[in-house]
Design a protein around this ligand. Structure first.
Ligand code: NAD
Ligand code: UGA
Length: 447
């Protein structure tokens, strides 16, 4: 099948940047990104400085491609009808109700995509899982497509995305690998080749890995679990450092210099955040339990439990310093994004730490260079259990850091570079990212 038109369903953190780079490197293809949220589409079509996703380098790629071979539209059906290849890049959050609530992935959005494709497709399509999905989801998607479709042929591929936020464009331009899972049938292998051809326009062939569908689906969950496991491992050791006088940064360096271990993902912190690590590990735990592998499930569950412990431990340090009561204390929260160089706050440790401090009476002044006041207030409303009047009385969102010198304590919760340059005067700084040379408290450094 010759590929001329591509549709991507889901214009989020993955769909937007991924398709923009594919469009940049494949000027002969026409790519249309669609989304059920018309406001998001409007923003993607709007000024480059207000795109819905902030990523270094993204605006340049959009400028280069938008209106040439990259289009954003809310006409989902039309884009599906015209495309030979469809990427599904919708969200797959943790289920909040029904069987598996709190653990399993909520597949309602991916299933809605499959139903939409089945309903309107009148020609054969290659349907690609770009979202992160439980192993064997392709089976379910195939069932929907074949049962509800109009008799056309659907080939399903798994092509999980490994980009990290904050470095998405760099990761897409020079990925460690691209993974493509397909059926071992003739049509399956033809579809794999069609996708390989697209990536091969800028990625060396030896970095494009073809596997069966199940290996591809599971590799994505496993990769995230292994990365998060390293962060939880180093964070667990940071607690031991604080008891013994060892220094966690020295430990990370000493461990990471062993080439068999490697130096990445050994930075101790207040805990990992982001929309994926926790949800993907919980999904893995659920899958293991489903298959009766209780010991394996418990092993991976510990990674999330240590992360919760670390966030709680950090907040408790501040609370203990003030004798358990923060009434009348002004605490500055520096950083709301889950990591630097992104405006994404999903599962950010700041949301948890700030709530815990607030609940014991603190007045909070919150600053993040990239996250809007509206997003911060939305998170507070969505995840905290308190009335909006109390929030109004005891929370201020700052647009600069000049007033924090008068606060009783400062909590650094995102590793933004600019925090290194702030004059903290006499404020007690609790450094949850170990970005400062010296502070009142740093993770894994003070006995
Ligand atoms: P997102 O929430 O930013 O974007 C998903 C988009 O899909 C939303 O804009 C939503 O409106 C749209 N959508 C949902 N259902 C739809 C439907 N039926 N029709 C049309 N549009 C629909 O999510 P994201 O961060 O881009 O993540 C997408 C997937 O990629 C997830 O499975 C995630 O685990 C995976 N992933 C994310 C990252 C990351 O860095 N964020 C990296 C790798 C993989
Ligand atoms: C992660 C993976 O790195 C990507 O490969 C994957 O595609 C993505 O999840 C996904 O599936 O969504 P992301 O969450 O964007 O990417 O960012 P990371 O750089 O992995 O950071 C995750 C969290 O771990 C952040 O809160 C970060 O501050 C924290 N972290 C990371 C540490 O505390 N220490 C480290 O050494 C590394």
């Amino acid at each position: 099948m010759e590929i001329k038109n591509i549709c991507c369903i889901g214009a989020g953190y993955v769909g937007g940047p991924t398709m923009a780079v594919i469009a940049l490197k494949n000027p002969h293809l026409k790519i249309t990104i669609v989304d059920a949220n018309p406001d998001k589409i409007k923003a993607w079509n709007g000024p480059l400085e207000n795109l819905p996703v902030y990523e270094p380098g993204l605006a340049d790629v959009i400028q280069e491609t938008r209106g040439k071979n990259l289009f954003f539209s809310d006409d989902i059906d039309n884009a599906i009808i015209k495309a030979e290849m469809i990427f599904m890049s919708v969200n797959t959050p943790t289920k909040t109700e029904g069987e598996g609530a709190g653990m399993a992935s909520d597949l309602r959005y991916i299933e809605a995509c499959a139903r939409n494709i089945a309903k309107v497709a009148t020609t054969d399509k290659i349907v690609i899982e770009k979202s992160t999905l439980p192993v064997r989801t392709a089976e379910k998607i195939k069932e929907i497509l074949d049962l509800e479709g109009n008799g056309v042929h659907f080939e399903i591929l798994s092509n999980p995305e490994f980009l990290a936020e904050g470095t998405a464009i760099q990761d897409l331009l020079e990925p460690d690998r691209v993974l493509i899972g397909g059926d071992e049938t003739e049509s399956g292998q033809e579809s794999v080749s069609a996708l390989v051809d697209i990536y091969a326009n800028w990625i060396p062939k030896d970095k494009i890995l073809a596997t069966n569908v199940w290996s591809s689906e599971l590799s994505k969950l496993a990769a995230n679990a292994m990365l998060a496991q390293r962060v939880s491992s180093i964070n667990s050791l940071s607690a031991l450092c604080e008891k013994t006088g060892a220094n966690i940064d020295e430990l990370s360096k000493a461990i990471g210099m062993d080439h068999r271990i490697g130096s990445h993902f050994l930075k101790a912190s207040v805990g990992f955040g982001g929309s994926c690590f926790q949800k993907d590990i919980l999904n893995l735990v659920y899958l293991c339990k489903y298959y009766g592998l209780d010991e394996v499930a418990e092993y991976w569950h510990q990674v999330v439990k240590i992360n919760d412990y670390q966030k709680d431990r950090f907040a408790q340090k501040i609370i203990n310093h003030f004798g358990g009561d923060l009434s009348g204390k002004r605490i500055a929260i520096l950083g709301w994004a889950f990591k630097a160089n992104t405006n994404d706050t999903r599962e950010s440790p700041s949301i948890f730490v700030a709530e815990k401090l607030f609940n014991v009476g603190a007045t909070l002044e919150i600053y993040d260079p990239m996250v809007s006041k509206e997003s911060i207030l939305n998170d507070i409303q969505a995840y905290w259990n308190c009335s909006s009047q109390i929030v109004q009385d005891r929370i201020r969102i700052l647009n600069k850091t000049s007033s924090i010198k008068d606060s009783d304590a400062v909590a650094i919760l995102t590793e933004w570079n600019e925090f290194k340059k702030i004059e903290f005067y006499k404020s007690k700084v609790f450094d949850g990212r170990n970005v400062l040379e010296e502070s009142f408290y740093s993770i894994g450094k003070n006995k």
